[in-house]
Design a protein around this ligand. Structure first.
Ligand code: XIL
Length: 381
C-alpha cells in the first residue's frame, strides 16, 4: 500500500477532478510556503515513504523535537548536535526554508538550566549568561542555514498576562527582549518569531499584541509571529482566525501558522490549551474512532481545512508560511495529547500515507482562490 501511495504521488496524482496541481508547494507558490514538522525517522532518512511525500509536497520544515533545549543541550557543559545536524542537512538537500524551534521555552528543558551547582536558583545575571551561551551556540552553529527561529515560545498565560515561568521569575519580563537580541546578534539575517497557542482568544491575543507592540517600539528585532494553530474541528472559527491574523499583521510583522493540526476527538479538558504538560484522563467515549474516521467526520475535517486555508489565502500578503504539525495521522502528537493513547485524525495524510479528503480540500482552496482573484505566482514564497 505504501508503495502504491508513493507511485501515485510520484506519477502526478490528482485528487478529485479539479486539482490545480499535483503538490501543495507548487500549488501555493508565490502565495504561501507550506511546511511540515518532521521527526528524526524522517530527517535521518529512515522512512523513505514519508520522505518522498515530504520532498514532493512541502518547501519548509520545522523540527518536531530535535532542536528543543533538552535534545540539543541536555547537560550544562554538553551540546549534542547530531540530530539537529541531520535535520538541517535534510532541509538543505530539499531546498527548504528551514525553521529552528525553539530557543526559550518552559517545557522540554532540563531543570539544571535554572539552578546553580548547589541546586540553588540562578541569579538573573547567571541565567542571562546561560541563555546567551545557548542562543549564541545553537543559532551560531546554523547561521545562514536555519532561516527562521521560534525565539520565545509560549510566554503568555491564557488571560494574556506573563506566564510565571522560571525565565520570567528569575530574569524578569525583559527576558523576551534579551532572547531576541541574542538571536539577532548570532545570525542577523535570520527571521525571528514569537510563537504561541490560543492567540485567537481575545484576552490572550490582547496580551500578545501589547507585548509585541512594546518590543517593536523598543527596537527589539522581532520579525514575525507564529500562531501555533492547534485547532479543533469546530473552533476557533474561520472569522476568529482572520481577525487574529489581521491584529498581528497590523503591528507590521509577518504572520505564520506554525503548528497546524485539527483535533477531531471529544474534548477531555476544560481549556483548549496546547500546554504540553497537560495529561487528562479520558474514558472509551473520548476515543470513538479507534478503527476509522466515519465518512461524515472525514468530510467535516476536509471542510475545516478548506475553510482555514481560504482565510490564509485571503491574508497571504501579510503571511509567509503555513506549517502542518506532522505529516500523517499515525505520527501526530494529538494521539497522545491532551489524553494519552487515543486515535486521532489531525493531518492531511492517513496512517498508510495516503492523502485524505482534507488534502484535496487544501489544494482546492488555492485553485478556487486563484480562479476568483486571478492571483499569479509571484515572489519567492
Ligand atoms: C510537541 C511534539 O509534537 C511532541 O512530540 C512532544 O512530545 C511534545 O511537544 N507546542 C509546541 C510544540 O510548541 O513544540 C509541541 O510539540 C506542541 C505544542
Amino acid at each position: 500500500m505504501k508503495l502504491l501511495a508513493l507511485f501515485v504521488l510520484a506519477a502526478g496524482f490528482t485528487y478529485g477532478q479539479s486539482t490545480p496541481s499535483t503538490n501543495l508547494k507548487d500549488a501555493y507558490k508565490g502565495l504561501l510556503r507550506i511546511g511540515v514538522a518532521v521527526n528524526s525517522q524522517q530527517f535521518e532518512e529512515r522512512n523513505p515513504t514519508d520522505d518522498a511525500i515530504i520532498a514532493a509536497q512541502f518547501n519548509s520544515i520545522s523540527p518536531e523535537n530535535a532542536l528543543k533545549w533538552q535534545t540539543i543541550h541536555p547537560q550544562p557543559d554538553g551540546y549534542v548536535f547530531d540530530s539537529a545536524d541531520h535535520y538541517v542537512a535534510f532541509g538543505e538537500k530539499h531546498n527548504m526554508f528551514i525553521i529552528g524551534h525553539c530557543l526559550v521555552w518552559h517545557s522540554q528543558i532540563p531543570m539544571w538550566v535554572f539552578r546553580d551547582a548547589n541546586g540553588k536558583p540562578l541569579t538573573r545575571e547567571a541565567l542571562l549568561e546561560r541563555m546567551h551561551d545557548h542562543i549564541r551556540t545553537v543559532v551560531g552553529r546554523y547561521k545562514g542555514r536555519i532561516n527562521g527561529w521560534d525565539v520565545v515560545n509560549e510566554a503568555l498565560n491564557d488571560d494574556g498576562t506573563m506566564r510565571q515561568s522560571p525565565w520570567y521569575q528569575i530574569i524578569g519580563d525583559d527576558y523576551i527582549a534579551k532572547a531576541f537580541e541574542f538571536a539577532h546578534e548570532a545570525d542577523p539575517k535570520a527571521e525571528l518569531y514569537y510563537n504561541d497557542y490560543s492567540l485567537e482568544n481575545d484576552a490572550k491575543r490582547k496580551g500578545a499584541v501589547e507585548m509585541i507592540r512594546k518590543l517593536k517600539a523598543a527596537g527589539v528585532p522581532i520579525t514575525g509571529i507564529g500562531l501555533q494553530g492547534h485547532v479543533k474541528i469546530n473552533g476557533p472559527t474561520a472569522e476568529k482566525e482572520a481577525e487574529t491574523i489581521e491584529a498581528f499583521a497590523a503591528l507590521g510583522i509577518k504572520v505564520n501558522i506554525s503548528e497546524l493540526d485539527v483535533d477531531v476527538l471529544p474534548r477531555t479538558t476544560r481549556s483548549n490549551s496546547a500546554e504540553v504538560s497537560t495529561n487528562a484522563a479520558g474514558g472509551a467515549q473520548s476515543n470513538p474512532y479507534t478503527q476509522s474516521l466515519p465518512e461524515e467526520m472525514q468530510q467535516a475535517l476536509a471542510k475545516r481545512y478548506g475553510d482555514l486555508f481560504e482565510v490564509f489565502l485571503q491574508h497571504h500578503s501579510s503571511m509567509e508560511r503555513v506549517t502542518l504539525w506532522g505529516l500523517q495521522d499515525g505520527e501526530s502528537w494529538l494521539n497522545n495529547f491532551p489524553t494519552r493513547g487515543r486515535t486521532n485524525y489531525a493531518l492531511l495524510f492517513d496512517r498508510q500515507d495516503h492523502p485524505k479528503p482534507a488534502f484535496a480540500a487544501v489544494l482546492n482552496a488555492v485553485k478556487t482562490d486563484r480562479e476568483t482573484s486571478h492571483k499569479k505566482q509571484k515572489g519567492d514564497k
